[in-house]
Design a protein around this ligand. Structure first.
Ligand code: ADP
Length: 414
């Protein structure tokens, strides 16, 4: 490939003109419309010469030059500034930023190929040292002023984002609360119906009706746990979680959770490896929240592991810490997604795939489970992370969720 020229210019007409002229003269021309885009193109294509307009919409041509000159690949690349201003000050500032020379706009199209050749052959525009020093100081001052303005803008935007984030939390919380009231009524009526002897007789006599009622009860339970999850997560996220710390037998917590999932484990033919003796009998933690954590980790292991897989639960006490993990032989997790899955409402795959079941393969979930686990473990002064070699539903590399937390919950982190 011939000599490559990168032209960074936001005006389409100039871009076209220069591109046509230089291509005609035998150069290979690549273009970019913005400063940051130009830097990216320069890094990926490593052109032999860069023509850069001074006034660009994002960062100026001078700043593009400063960034590129820091990269040793561009230490000697001719960078030529195009400036519409005939002010000498503009030229000096460009030279202070490290350009090899400048051309004034409108460009003299006929002279352009020769001018490009001049810089490619090592030509440079001169500026005397004293003027250069003054220009460098002014350029540095300009940059700092610009930086200050950007930081102030970002602070304003950040404050606004935080306000919106808080509004969203409040909205979620209010919605969950509002749903809870009519929902408690639905649950109550359902219970009254189930407890009614005449209705029970009906159910015994009619298998179809029994199935309908079972389906409804199941959906009510599921809805209940979703509302609970949302309320707990919004408490955790707004730092209003009160740990109710007490003696907690973590092994027993696991036993209880596993019992709840026994039907699902059997139906899906998943084997569980668990040795209660490894698990601490005495720790100071919030029993209920630890149960919620184990329940989420285990239900995820069930959900994301195909039938006939294995789930391994291990624990070890070291000094004043407990380490435990839930490992599965499931579909695994993309390495890049391994931190974002702990964020709220983050589900890695198409939510359309989700069914309403908490245990069907790849079913259920609105992406709150792991955010809850993280909030709970961190509230106890611990940390949670995942290890998996990647997402591969065919090979099933598996995932392991690991937790490290103090045996005595550190409430001062609240
Ligand atoms: P969800 O309700 O979607 O299960 P979670 O917060 O529990 O929400 O999990 C977030 C995402 O992390 C899931 O959608 C899934 O993509 C991924 N994930 C969680 N646990 C596992 C696991 N054991 N194996 C594979 N992927 C998992």
């Amino acid at each position: 490939m011939g000599v490559r020229v990168l032209y960074i210019e936001d005006d389409p007409a100039s871009r076209k003109l220069v591109e046509r002229t230089l291509t005609h003269a035998g150069y290979h021309v690549v273009t970019a419309e913005r400063g940051l885009e130009g830097i990216d193109v320069a890094r990926s294509q490593e052109p032999d010469l860069i023509l850069v307009d001074i006034n660009l919409p994002d960062i100026s041509g001078r700043e593009v030059t400063t960034v590129l000159r820091r990269d040793e690949r561009f230490a000697d690349t001719p960078i030529v500034a195009l400036t519409a201003q005939t002010l000498t000050e503009q030229r000096e500032l460009a030279l202070a930023a490290g350009v090899s020379g400048y051309l004034t706009k409108p460009l003299n199209v006929e002279a352009l190929p020769d001018q490009v050749r001049f810089y490619l052959d090592g030509g440079r525009d001169h500026i005397d040292t004293k003027t250069l020093r003054g220009a460098q100081t002014r350029y540095a001052q300009d940059l700092v002023v610009k930086l200050e303005a950007r930081i102030r803008d970002l602070e304003t935007v950040n404050a606004e984002l935080q306000r919106l984030d808080k509004m969203k939390d409040t909205f979620i919380q209010l919605t969950a609360h509002e749903l809870r009231t009519p929902f408690t009524l639905v649950q109550g009526y359902n219970r009254l119906m189930e407890d009614n002897p005449r209705f029970r007789d009906l159910l015994r006599a009619d298998g179809d009706l029994r199935l309908l009622v079972e389906g409804m009860t199941h959906a009510i339970d599921r809805m209940n746990s979703i509302i609970d999850e949302i309320l707990t997560i919004s408490r955790i996220m707004t730092n209003r979680i009160d740990l109710s710390v007490g003696p907690t037998d973590l092994g027993n917590v696991v036993v209880k959770v596993l019992k709840g999932y026994l039907p699902a484990l059997q139906e899906r033919r998943l084997s569980v490896h668990f040795n209660k003796a490894e698990w601490p009998e005495r720790m100071l933690a919030d029993w209920e929240l630890m149960e919620l954590t184990m329940s989420n980790l285990i239900s995820n292991a069930i959900k994301y592991t195909p039938d006939d897989g294995q789930i391994t639960l291990r624990a070890q006490v070291q000094d004043k810490q407990v380490w435990f993990s839930v490992k599965d032989t499931g579909i695994g997790i993309d390495t890049q997604a391994q931190t974002i899955i702990f964020e709220r409402f983050n589900t890695m795959h198409d939510t359309e795939l989700h069914s309403t079941s908490k245990t069907a393969f790849r079913g259920g979930g609105i992406g709150l489970g792991l955010a809850l686990c993280k909030g709970i473990i961190e509230a106890h002064g611990g940390r949670i992370w995942v290890e998996s070699s990647g997402y591969d539903p065919d090979r099933c590399p598996g995932s392991e969720f690991l937790v490290m937390m103090p045996l005595i919950a550190n409430q001062s982190t609240m």
